[in-house]
Design a protein around this ligand. Structure first.
Ligand SMILES: [Zn+2]
Length: 254
């Protein structure tokens, strides 16, 4: 079983991928078109802000589940704030009070379009145990924040779906390969392999998981696939994944 997920950010983020791609919502639409051609289900975790004036509602024309991904990536974040949040709250998402407000705001943006926010991924996987409790309190039932080879599990009323395939953005290098750490589960700045190598790792892991009856939770960013090669690699990935059964996050059965 494959769970394909993608994270989509508001245009206020301004990273280099986004500068190259333009609207991430638009990239997500291209991404969903490719998945549709291959009969694949998918979950998109999206900033609440994308529903304000970025046309995120058009994604509803596709067979996709939309989950929350914070309102706008913790507001204005910089290195100092990120450091402070980690130091003070042991969590980049900030204080419980900030998280609570941000989760509610995100939920409201969903509700404006008649959507129930029952699944969630924190931007940068920046959550802590408190985040999970706050999400549970507002009716979120599926969270995909953890990384590593851990099977989905239930805690309280929430089912956690850890991402068990190396993440595209953290793993791929766009230019020349550096000599540093090539461990695909290493942090954002360290884990670098070529896109083709990453695809080989993905294929191997998915095949292994299928053989062993383990669900594969995959995170592939629409903006990364657009910035990399205008979805050429993603089309190959979708074709490969189409051999397997896929589901949306909230369709998981434990
Ligand atoms: Zn994100």
């Amino acid at each position: 079983m494959i769970f394909i997920t993608g994270d989509v950010h508001s245009k206020s983020m301004g990273g280099w991928e986004q500068k190259k791609v333009g609207s991430e919502v638009k990239a997500a639409e291209e991404y969903l078109k490719i998945l549709k051609k291959n009969n694949l289900s998918c979950t998109i975790f999206i900033n609440g802000k994308c529903f304000e004036n970025e046309g995120a509602e058009k994604l509803l024309n596709y067979n996709v589940e939309l989950g929350g991904h914070t309102y706008d990536n913790f507001g204005k974040m910089n290195l100092l704030k990120s450091y402070k949040n980690r130091k003070l709250f042991n969590c980049i998402y900030g204080s419980s009070n900030f998280q609570k407000k941000d989760i509610k705001k995100t939920k409201k943006s969903f509700e404006r379009f008649g959507l129930k926010m029952i699944s969630w991924r924190t931007h940068c996987f920046g959550s802590n145990e408190k985040t999970f409790k706050l999400l549970e309190n507002v009716g979120v039932k599926y969270i995909s924040d953890l990384l590593g080879e851990k099977p989905p599990f239930k805690k309280g009323e929430v089912i956690h779906l850890p991402i068990n395939i190396p993440v595209d953005q953290n793993t791929i290098i766009y230019g020349k390969l550096g000599p540093s750490n090539r461990d695909p589960f290493a942090s954002c700045t360290k884990g670098r392999v070529s896109p083709e190598e990453w695809f080989e790792i993905l294929k191997k892991r998915v095949k292994n998981n299928e053989n062993e009856g383990i669900a594969s939770i995959v995170l592939i960013h629409p903006s990364t696939m657009a910035a990399l090669d205008n979805f050429r690699l993603f089309k190959k990935i979708a074709l490969f994944l189409s051999k397997y059964e896929s589901k949306k996050i909230s369709e998981i059965i434990l």
